[in-house]
Design a protein around this ligand. Structure first.
Ligand SMILES: C[S@@+](CC[C@H](N)C(=O)[O-])C[C@H]1O[C@@H](n2cnc3c(N)ncnc32)[C@H](O)[C@@H]1O
Length: 228
């Protein structure tokens, strides 16, 4: 980053373009701050995902795009002997999540991998559950990602995507810079076009929030699907 841009960032804060790039792949000196901010605003979405996952003892679970991985310790308590895996294509997030989860990693209950969801370094039929939260906006072509998710799911496995609705996302000034947004019917169409059957959708109404002068109540969808 040029010195002038850096100075502008320090004085004025990130531009919408810079925020968008950080949310897509947190990196550099802003990565820690961005990850903490996501922890604060996305906790409710994690709770919603865990309910929808219907975890049973001993399941193998993959989270794609875990950010700083702050919620793995809570996830591991949702059932006994879960085997947790995480995949994220931000090297900074992998590093922070490893630092936040030393105990789980040390006892072999969690493994974190640096990589992208359209070329996953996992064997076929490795997982009972795959989930991601606030990630599908960044899949410019969802087909390759969904093909990989289908490949790594075991028979009877499910894929859960948690996403804010387009109507909610459009309130954020960074969304024009590289986000693809969905309403429930749009994501269902994407799922069906890629060999998944939608199973259930839960709507989460989040507390009223203020962002850059606008007040609104964001709405998220917890959408469970299974391979056809
Ligand atoms: C907006 S953040 C969401 C973090 C967290 N899930 C949350 O909701 O608070 C998106 C995360 O997904 C990761 N990510 C985005 N696209 C990805 C992809 N194709 N493969 C792996 N990780 C990806 C980013 O690096 C980042 O950590």
């Amino acid at each position: 980053m040029k010195a002038l841009d850096y100075l502008r960032l320090l004085i004025k804060g990130p531009t919408p373009q810079q925020t968008a790039a950080q949310l897509r792949r947190p990196h550099g000196f802003l990565a820690r701050k961005v990850a903490r901010r996501m922890n604060a605003v996305n906790r409710l979405l994690y709770d919603g995902a865990w309910k929808a996952l219907e975890l049973r003892d001993g399941m193998h679970v993959l989270e794609i795009g875990f950010g700083n991985g702050l919620f793995f310790p809570t996830l591991t308590r949702q059932a006994n002997k879960l085997v947790l895996h995480g995949l994220d294509f931000s090297a900074d997030m992998v590093q922070q999540a490893q630092a936040n989860n030393g105990e789980l990693i040390g006892k072999g209950a969690l493994s974190l991998v640096h990589g992208a969801s359209d070329a996953m370094p996992f064997a076929d039929a490795a997982f009972d559950r795959v989930f991601c939260i606030n990630v599908v906006y960044f899949w410019d072509d969802p087909s390759g990602h969904l093909r990989e998710i289908k490949r790594v799911l075991r028979p009877g496995g499910t894929f859960t995507a948690v996403l804010r609705t387009r109507a909610s996302m459009e309130k954020f000034p960074f969304v024009p810079y590289g986000f693809t947004t969905y309403e429930q019917a749009d994501w269902e169409r994407v799922l069906r076009a890629n060999g998944f059957e939608p199973v259930s959708t839960t709507v989460l109404r989040e507390p009223e929030t203020e962002f850059m002068g606008a007040r609104f109540t964001p709405e998220s969808l917890v959408m469970v699907a299974r391979p056809l």
